[in-house]
Design a protein around this ligand. Structure first.
Ligand code: CMX
Ligand code: CO
Length: 146
């Protein structure tokens, strides 16, 4: 089942400055940085809390690494802010969730899960089918990196 808020994705212009804001303002800890070439972003994960399903909830800060990345287009149009939310599976297969949700008439953006943060498998649901919210589904790596 979908059992946690895995992360909230926030698009920003200056990743390091935004990480610093979250650390110094709230006392959160940055646990992971990576570049996801396929998604066209550099990202930082700040861990907020662990969850009862053995996972955790994060703030995911993302900034585009290419002008043609989907996040660059979004930032241009909207400015900085909340870009997507992500629900995590309790270990269950993300594609099974995507198939079940797709069968309800929600457009799933990828035919197969792609690589997400920290070795996770991810897919996305179209925001126009989710009341305006770009929604990500996450199956974390079997052994989480943090
Ligand atoms: N939240 C809510 N609505 C959004 C949105 C978002 N993040 N992004 C786009 N939309 C809306 C737009 O406002 C637009 O609505 P209107 O037609 O009413 O103006 C509509 O969706 C189409 O938007 P667009 O600007 O033309 O963008 P595209 O259709 O080219 O792309 C989407 C939209 C969702 C298909 C694309 O952003 C996508 O494939 N997203 C999934 C991948 C992703 O976001 N990766 C970055 C994060 C990586 C990670 O989390 O690890
Ligand atoms: Co995300």
């Amino acid at each position: 089942m979908l059992s946690r808020i895995d992360h909230i994705g926030i698009a920003c212009h200056d990743l390091d400055a935004t990480v610093e804001f979250y650390k110094s303002t709230y006392g959160f800890t940055d646990v992971h940085f990576e570049v996801n070439e396929e998604q066209g972003v550099r990202e930082a994960m700040l861990k907020i809390n662990t969850t009862g399903d053995g996972g955790a909830s994060y703030i995911q800060l993302i900034t585009p690494i290419r002008d043609d990345s989907t996040v660059a287009k979004w930032l241009e149009k909207n400015g900085e802010g909340v870009h997507h939310i992500a629900f995590g599976t309790d270990g269950g297969d993300v594609q099974q969730h995507a198939d079940a949700i797709g069968a309800k008439g929600v457009r799933v953006l990828y035919p197969e899960p792609r690589r997400g943060s920290m070795g996770s498998r991810i897919t996305f649901l179209h925001p126009k089918d989710c009341h305006g919210v770009l929604t990500e589904l996450v199956q974390k790596a079997p052994v989480a990196e943090s």
